[in-house]
Design a protein around this ligand. Structure first.
Ligand code: ATP
Ligand code: MG
Length: 560
């Protein structure tokens, strides 16, 4: 696979190497990515996807895609499809190994019966609220359920009747019989099955009892012959339970290894919170270009390679931290700098009339498509008497260090001529509506034969050739770096995270731009054609600006 960032070394790969040396799994490496289909994938999941699939690739192993679909009340088939599309788009291939925990429901049920027969599981009639009260706390041991010592026979019968739908939702559970005094709360007789009458997106109404994550996950891993079950740190305290189920059932026993979740500044990474943003109408959907979802990033114009490079670069560790979103943007720029075609577009147009340029003349100027990659060639850009430049590029009274256009000042138009401002026109409100310039015919191509210099080069478009377009400029969804740390993350939503500019003017070569195409608009940033775009009305999402704050941060860190 095409990756710029070299293969990382970390504690997980070290452990796997050790297992290969000691032939723990006969030298095999088999990982899995186990999403729950209860929402769209986000950049945190990308970290897990890149980790699991890359490790399999590096060690000549395999990686499965397995849907952890054990909670029918929250899961939907459309999420399954979206997740598959995202994993594929990121560049990974599970080949024929697409699995669903729900495919193992019957087998899990049989394993549950096995545990009942061993006296290691029992049917409990406590309500969810009572179970919680009996469980104790970190400092107090739990109390045993009055139903804990039912006979194997009674448990078998009750469990079968649970499956048969004889009891109301929530009235009974199947629990593992472990240790109510354990220092680890997860080991205090955890629930294995609950009664939920909900239609499952794959098994329909076949089941009214569903296994919990803690019971379903180790069994799914075992059935698939997984060797290394990589998960995030919150499951560290569940590992003894993972191991307990596999030991008691005598199944193939993968090694669970935990790593820190990815957190990114100025956003939230939790499907539940992202769903709140979607359902509350704070964003236009799961694929809103401001969302940290894979679908949102794809629509925004991020590239799979940049996301992979970012995930490899941040690596894995055992400690939670907050990664600055500018590091991700750095990888986007690095990728697009080499691959995106450079074009000219004006976001906030100001009309310029070249008063000494013939009215009917049109010249085709040669423009370079990407100076980083000469094989991308050149194109023609039409030049004529009336142009648009960026409103910000003209000042009636230029402040210090403003080198762009101003009365009497000469600047270069990219790929065209030197122009000098000779006059400007204001409307009744005092807004500048038009700038008059002269051009120097000797400077065609952008250089003066007499060697005189100008301090600024402006982008422009020919007014009568330009295509009117919409641009959507994005900023962080949240004003604070760590919105998850606050009580209600929604308090910090950035009211200006989207700015729509509906009268942009772009060069005519963009008439053939298709949704998903990416460009660098010179001096303005990288843009991607949105799915809302039509030939009559192109819509461009700004992927990222050109300013590279990360490079600056790194530079100042090195200095400091
Ligand atoms: P969320 O809290 O967003 O709902 P989740 O962990 O419940 O996330 P799952 O679909 O269960 O979502 O996750 C699938 C896999 O992705 C799991 O192995 C999980 O550990 C991993 N994962 C989820 N979020 C992150 C993250 N922020 N960083 C790294 N890995 C993650
Ligand atoms: Mg989960």
């Amino acid at each position: 696979m095409n990756n710029t960032v070299p293969t990382p070394t970390d504690f997980i790969r070290e452990m796997i190497r050790e297992d290969i040396r000691s032939s723990r799994y006969g030298g095999r490496v088999h990982t899995r990515f186990p999403p729950e289909p209860n929402g769209y994938l986000h950049i945190g999941h990308a970290k897990s996807i890149v980790l699991n699939f890359s490790i399999a690739e590096e060690f000549g192993g395999l990686c499965n895609l397995r849907f952890d679909d054990t909670n029918p009340t929250k899961e939907e088939a459309r999420y399954v499809e979206a997740i598959k599309e995202d994993v594929r788009w990121l560049g990974f291939d599970w080949q024929e190994r697409l699995y669903f925990a729900s495919d193992y429901f019957e087998q899990m049920y049989q394993y549950a019966i096995e545990l009942i027969k061993k006296g290691k599981a029992y049917v409990c009639d406590l309500s969810p609220e009572e179970i919680r009260r009996y469980r104790g706390t970190l400092t107090e041991p739990g109390r045993e359920s009055p139903y804990r010592n039912r006979s194997v026979q009674e448990n078998l019968e009750l469990f079968e009747r649970m499956r048969a739908g004889e009891f109301p939702d929530g009235s009974r559970t199947l629990r593992a019989k472990i240790d109510m005094r354990s220092g680890n709360i997860n080991m205090r007789d955890p629930v294995m099955y609950r009664i939920i009458r909900a239609e499952h997106h794959r098994t329909g109404k076949k089941w009214c009892i569903y296994p919990t994550y803690d019971f379903a996950h180790p069994i799914s891993d075992a059935i698939e012959g997984i060797t290394h079950s990589l998960c995030t740190l919150e499951f560290e305290d569940h590992r003894p339970l993972y191991d307990w189920f596999l030991r008691e059932l005598g199944l193939h026993h993968p090694r669970q290894i935990e790593f820190a979740r990815l957190n990114i500044s100025h956003t939230v990474l939790s499907k539940r919170k992202l769903k709140e943003l979607v359902d509350g109408g704070y964003v236009s959907g799961w694929d809103d270009p401001r969302m940290p979802t894979i679908a949102g990033m794809r629509r925004r114009g991020y590239t799979p390679k940049a996301i992979r490079d970012f995930c490899r670069r941040i690596g894995v560790s055992k400690r939670d931290n907050l990664v600055d979103v500018s590091l991700l943007e750095y990888y986007i720029r690095t990728d697009l700098n080499k691959t995106a075609m450079r074009v000219m577009g004006v976001l906030r147009p100001l009309r310029v009339v070249i008063v000494n340029y013939p009215e009917d003349r049109v010249e085709e100027m040669d423009a370079i498509n990407n100076p980083e990659d000469p094989s991308m060639g050149t194109r023609k850009v039409p030049f004529s008497r009336e142009l648009y430049i960026e409103r910000d590029d003209f000042r009636e009274e230029p402040p210090e260090k403003f080198y762009r256009l101003a009365p009497g000042r000469e600047v270069r138009l990219r790929y065209a001529y030197f122009i000098r401002c000779v006059d400007y026109v204001k409307d009744d409100d005092g807004n500048i509506v038009e700038v008059h310039c002269t051009y120097d015919p000797e400077t065609r191509g952008g250089n003066a034969p007499d060697g005189r210099k100008v301090k600024a080069t402006l982008h422009w478009v020919s007014a009568r050739h330009a295509i009117k377009a919409e641009a959507r400029l994005y900023d962080h969804l949240f004003l604070t770096p760590d919105p998850e740390a606050s009580e209600d993350f929604k308090d910090f939503i950035n009211p200006h995270s989207l700015i729509v500019l509906d009268s942009c003017m772009v060069e005519p070569s963009l008439k053939d731009a298709r949704p998903g195409d990416r460009y660098q608009f010179e001096r303005l940033g990288y843009f991607c054609v949105d799915k809302d775009s039509t030939p009559e009305r192109p819509v461009f999402n700004r992927i990222v600006t050109l300013r590279d704050t990360w490079a600056k941060i790194e530079k100042s860190q090195k200095k400091g």
